[in-house]
Design a protein around this ligand. Structure first.
Ligand code: SF4
Length: 94
């Protein structure tokens, strides 16, 4: 892996005084781009959770979906996931 584009302080570290890590730092713009593709915003996650909490298939004890078994605090945060109602032939709520 190339490190030629990784900015470094004169001592070879990041400028915090700690010893330089062996792996190059991820550029903030790249990291932000990856995060936005993997996760939805807090607002969308809250909207999804609210729909789940009102759903008859919501297990409030464990905050899980009774259809798919997923832990919804995690599932509602992930961009590539959707409501499990389609698994029982109904229209997903999100
Ligand atoms: S994922 Fe869908 S089916 Fe499961 S609890 Fe949430 S709204 Fe209900």
């Amino acid at each position: 892996m190339s490190t030629e584009n990784t900015p470094t302080a004169p001592d070879g570290g990041c400028g915090c005084g700690a010893k330089a890590q062996s792996q190059p730092a991820v550029q903030p713009t790249t990291q932000t781009s990856i995060i936005s593709k993997v996760f939805v915003s807090k607002e969308i996650q809250q909207t999804r959770m609210n729909l789940c909490r009102e759903c008859e298939h919501f297990d409030s004890l464990l905050a899980r979906c009774k259809i798919c078994g997923c832990f919804l605090e995690a599932k509602t945060r992930l961009a590539g996931f959707h409501c499990a109602l389609d698994q029982i032939g109904e229209t997903p709520k999100w």
